[in-house]
Design a protein around this ligand. Sequence first.
Ligand SMILES: *[C@@H]1O[C@H](CO)[C@@H](O)[C@H](O)[C@H]1NC(C)=O
Ligand SMILES: *[C@@H]1O[C@H](CO)[C@@H](O)[C@H](O)[C@H]1NC(C)=O
Ligand SMILES: *[C@@H]1O[C@H](CO)[C@@H](O)[C@H](O)[C@H]1NC(C)=O
Ligand SMILES: *[C@@H]1O[C@H](CO)[C@@H](O)[C@H](O)[C@H]1NC(C)=O
Length: 332
Amino acid sequence: MSKKHFFFWTLITSVILLAIKCLKQQSAQEYFYRAEIFRSRNITILLWHWPFGKPYHLSGDVCLKHYGIHRCLLVDNRSLFSQADLVVFHNRELQSGQQILPLHLTRPCGQKWVWLSLESPENNGNQSLGGHFNYVMTYSRDADITIPYGTLVPRKAEDCSTTNNLVPKNKTSLACWVVSNYQKTHKRSAVYQKLKRIIPVDVHGRAVNKRLDADSLLPTISRCYFYLAFENSISRDYITEKFWYNGLMGGAVPVVLGPPREQYEAVAPKHSFIHVDDFRSIQELGKFLKKLAMDKERYSEYFAWKKQYNVKLYRDWQERICMICPKLNNLQ
Ligand SMILES: *[C@@H]1O[C@H](CO)[C@@H](O)[C@H](O)[C@H]1NC(C)=O
Ligand SMILES: *[C@@H]1O[C@H](CO)[C@@H](O)[C@H](O)[C@H]1NC(C)=O
Ligand SMILES: *[C@@H]1O[C@H](CO)[C@@H](O)[C@H](O)[C@H]1NC(C)=O
Ligand SMILES: *[C@@H]1O[C@H](CO)[C@@H](O)[C@H](O)[C@H]1NC(C)=O
């Protein structure tokens, strides 16, 4: 065999070996399933039970009707199990034993099971469900399907009417906190106890018997310079509506207690919040807030992000689940 031929056959053999390796990695079934998706047929998502037992009344193609998502059929009728491409299970009800996985049913080829939770690991319980699920759907950035509590979306060029009054007027409180679940063992409780000795903190919520109804929550917060967006547990990427809704949408600068600053900066501008960890002590934090509130110009810099972005909240289970469809093609 000539040198030329030798090279030729080595190349061919390598290509074939590589192809076999690739095919092995992805079973034929998997390959077929993904090809089907690309063929733009309807994806049927069966929600096995509604989160927190609160059903929506699905009628028609809700993903298209409400969110403009095509070919994504959300159903909650369990008799459609055998036709579902994906079945979604919300963890809370599995955790409490109110619901169980339908392991007695024959799972159609290629059907994917999705484990859904918006709680931090600390609150997800310990049941071992491993082995049954294909995808994890949660708030964290490295989940198979990420469903954040909120995000920032760039403003449209024509949407510049409100860039003049970025800072809400009529601030009457320095710092505010809305808390329903107050527990001494939470880190946030210790921080609050220290902070309130340095600056006044207006506390609302169930924990202090001063509930705010949905309509008065944001107007109340907008009268505060700072909002204590303190998470109930500290874990990776766990940034909840306390930041997105109460803080950023409420019009008070969020003072955050949660994952490290870099994880906030991965989802929001550096200068849209103040991180408790930025300070050596709570005393220093308190002093800083007091000074900042009196410096109109510096304070207003914390609202500059509003010129470029709007807050988009995700609060609706239907929307969250419909959002699986556009993400499906990126999944392994
Ligand atoms: C996909 O779903 C829509 C809405 O229910 C329906 O009108 C359409 O016929 C379906 N297409 C296919 C290919 O099943
Ligand atoms: C669920 O689907 C089955 C089979 O398509 C149908 O007979 C039944 O009426 C549906 N149930 C509800 C509540 O829509
Ligand atoms: C979960 O498991 C961990 C370690 O095995 C244990 O320390 C913890 O108490 C358990 N939590 C619950 C809620 O059972
Ligand atoms: C702020 O207070 C002034 C005077 O009390 C009032 O006229 C104005 O409507 C208030 N603005 C807002 C946005 O609440």
